[in-house]
Design a protein around this ligand. Sequence first.
Ligand SMILES: Cc1cc2nc3c(=O)[nH]c(=O)nc-3n(C[C@H](O)[C@H](O)[C@H](O)COP(=O)(O)O)c2cc1C
Ligand SMILES: Nc1ncnc2c1ncn2[C@@H]1O[C@H](COP(=O)(O)OP(=O)(O)OP(=O)(O)O)[C@@H](O)[C@H]1O
Ligand SMILES: [Mg+2]
Length: 501
Amino acid sequence: MEIDKAIGESDDKRLKTKYNNAIFVIKRALALYSTEEVAFSFNGGKDSTVLLHLLRAGYFLHKKELTCSNGGLSSFPVRTIYFESPSAFTETNSFTYDAAQTYDLQLDIIRQDFKSGLEALLKANPIRAIFLGVRIGDPTAVGQEQFSPSSPGWPPFMRVNPILDWSYRDVWAFLLTCKVKYCSLYDQGYTSIGSIHDTVPNALLSVNNTSSSKEKLFKPAYLLSDGRLERAGRVKKNASVKNDRDSDSHKHEVLLASVIAVGDEILSGTVEDQLGLSLCKKLASVGWSVHQTSVIRNDIDSVSEEVDRQRSICDMVFIYGGVGPLHSDVTLAGVAKAFGVRLAPDEEFEEYLRHLISEQCTGDRNEMAQLPEGITELLHHEKLSVPLIKCRNVIVLAATNTEELEKEWECLTELTKLGGSTSLVELYASRRLMTSLTDVEVAEPLNKLGLEFPDIYLGCYRKSRQGPIIICFKGKDNARIDSAVQALRKRFKEGVFVDMK
Ligand SMILES: Cc1cc2nc3c(=O)[nH]c(=O)nc-3n(C[C@H](O)[C@H](O)[C@H](O)COP(=O)(O)O)c2cc1C
Ligand SMILES: Nc1ncnc2c1ncn2[C@@H]1O[C@H](COP(=O)(O)OP(=O)(O)OP(=O)(O)O)[C@@H](O)[C@H]1O
Ligand SMILES: [Mg+2]
């Protein structure tokens, strides 16, 4: 069987793992349901083309195991359904028909909407399971597993998704390794194909930038380096975005940060959290006010609830701990949940990890770089082997000790200084005064000062109950802070406030 042979001869370990896992799912489905009880949903797209060949291979291997023969048969007698629509591209239509002929598919063309078409199909046939080329990251993949019953309100059948965990790169690695034909639109810059009304070539593959040229040229789909942008050629439906603190509507004089540590080991007292303290100092040193620090269990819901709360209160949320491939590493899943998005394989991030684990790379699920979909920005710095992850106004730090934090912080401040994201190092001024006046003596004048200078942060603390009081002034400019200090001094005798370094 040529597909099985091509993968067997390839030295791409990751592709082999993905292939074997998909074949396993297909073989289980064929063991659970008879040939008459399954159908293949094929539309000529790249994902369903991958599935076509996996099904051919899976069916062959399944039969081979049953008959203990060496096969010889390469027919694929599974019912193949195509929902033809007037708004489909002629290229995908003709590719679908050509593939059906080449591989002798039993093509059922349905000219109804999905739901009514499936109802009629299931009434007339004993179909119990349908193979689909759905992948994580597709909007319709939300909540699906490799075997997912159809949704409530849909006729009852099992949706079988053998390539659910395949990335964009995996799809192209498979099609190119097996040297199979695919729809010609993918060679013209289309990277994901919907209807003629909502699909254009992916601008990221554009060759000539001059918009004046009539015939724009595009590179083939397999050259798209960042699979996250597979759907960039799809016209977007309007999505409602929650009004976060990072939207322009909410500007404060002093920037607010929140620090979240994720770790059961901190809560049990096994490990002392040094990073929180260090991060608070760093944030204060560049003029940020830390609104809250919290320690959260390694639990997706706990992380998501905390991130959701803090991201809407603060300008920036810093979260660390629980980042990696272990079962307890749930931080990114929690962040994704807080923003109501799912984790999706990230080609670009995966590339970094692949360099780190190089030889050990097998394509297992735990090696997959999954990041919150559609909200993640990777912040690259030459000093970091893996980029920092920024999901809207949440920064996920990978540091596990203070030296690592030092490095990540240095890179972060440098990167944000260069523009693009919210700058960490804002224009900022501060001053500290020390006084041996009593609390009662300074309390009222400080209250009044706060009302007079609402743009200045006024903080007070003492080192011991009997010791001097230290008053901190923080704000955006020195002149305002000097005026506030003057105003306070005017209310007391000269010399009662000493400037601290
Ligand atoms: C064979 C098949 C089964 C489907 N089953 C379901 C289902 O159980 N639940 C559901 O909400 N949508 C189901 N859909 C619809 C898809 O999730 C999705 O809406 C469809 O692929 C349209 O995507 P588009 O809007 O990008 O064209 C099914 C589609 C097909 C082709
Ligand atoms: N019109 C259709 N007829 C039959 N199956 C369909 C149809 N539209 C979608 N499907 C099923 O849903 C799957 C997911 O569709 P999706 O558009 O995400 O992938 P694709 O069309 O294979 O590739 P691409 O992402 O490049 O468009 C398909 O692989 C196919 O199994
Ligand atoms: Mg498609």
